[in-house]
Design a protein around this ligand. Structure first.
Ligand code: ADP
Ligand code: MG
Length: 260
């Protein structure tokens, strides 16, 4: 039985002025997938996520999320949860952890309405899901990078999404924290039946956790289990000589030869 399509991109092209960001991207993400999206800096990863969110309109091509163009999702838009790239935001403003998570509810309740007891319950549950309930009254700015990241995931979960998009969520988290972070994603996926796309630079760590890996460098090279991607020579095409350590864990180590 084939699984329902959650995201479908056909021949998607995006450019910003003279810069080509995405070129002829085709992509199919099925219900329940846990996909790692890797690629070097400037390869279009954030742009691709923003296309799925409907925040960037392609110059050409078709985008469908849950069977409709993302800007037709309307009131159902909250079924996409989004954790933006942290380096793109300012997280030093004075706001409590609870306030941040409640922001995830405003898509449903409207900005100027008061949150109901259900909204509060969902927010508390989202903090419990990421094991941050003890920090509810703390200021976001006081937390470590890893803790802030979990709060941002709680905010995305508070929208009660079916699809969770995370843009470089592990940046600034140490290796131990990163392992735990992927364990958390895996648990959320299983408990809540989420489809998850996680954008990262870190091929080594992500390969050990996701079911599928897609490599982006303007165009999308492969979308397959990590072991297949890593042996297919795809990474060399995508990264050129940047890659040294490719993978660990259940995937064989391999080192790209030095380029002259
Ligand atoms: P990544 O997330 O993989 O680092 P991005 O999607 O952020 O890559 O960027 C891809 C390319 O598009 C880069 O060359 C970047 O400079 C350019 N770009 C992205 N967003 C914009 C924008 N809003 N205006 C102009 N250029 C952009
Ligand atoms: Mg990016």
């Amino acid at each position: 039985m084939t699984r329902a399509s959650v995201v479908k991109l056909e021949d998607v092209w995006v450019s910003f002025h003279e810069t080509l960001a995405l070129k002829a991207v085709n992509m199919d993400i099925e219900d329940g997938e846990f996909l790692g999206l890797i690629g070097p800096n400037g390869s279009g990863k954030t742009t691709l996520i923003r296309v799925i969110l409907g925040l960037v309109k392609p110059d050409r091509g078709r985008v469908e999320v849950f069977g409709v163009p993302p800007d037709s999702l309307g009131a159902k838009h909250h079924i996409i949860g989004y954790v933006p790239q942290r380096s793109h935001g300012d997280w030093s403003f004075p706001v409590s952890v609870t306030d941040v998570v409640m922001m995830g509810r405003y898509g449903r309740i409207g900005l100027f309405k008061r949150p109901s007891s259900l909204d509060r319950e969902v927010a508390v549950k989202a903090l419990e899901d990421v094991q941050m309930q003890d920090f509810a009254q703390r200021q976001l700015a006081e937390l470590s990078g890893g803790q802030q990241q979990r709060v941002l995931i709680a905010r995305a979960l508070a929208t009660e999404p079916k699809l969770l998009l995370l843009d470089e969520p592990a940046a600034g988290i140490d290796a131990y924290g990163e392992e735990r972070f992927y364990e958390l994603l895996k648990r959320l996926k299983e408990e809540q039946g989420l489809t998850i796309v996680v954008v990262t630079h870190d091929i080594a760590v992500v390969s050990a956790h996701v079911e599928k890996l897609a490599c982006l460098n303007q165009t999308l090279y492969t979308h397959a289990p990590p072991s297949e991607v890593i042996t297919a020579g795809t990474l060399e095409k995508v990264y050129g000589c940047e890659v040294e350590l490719l993978a660990h864990g259940r995937i064989p180590h391999r080192v790209v030869e030095e380029h002259k």
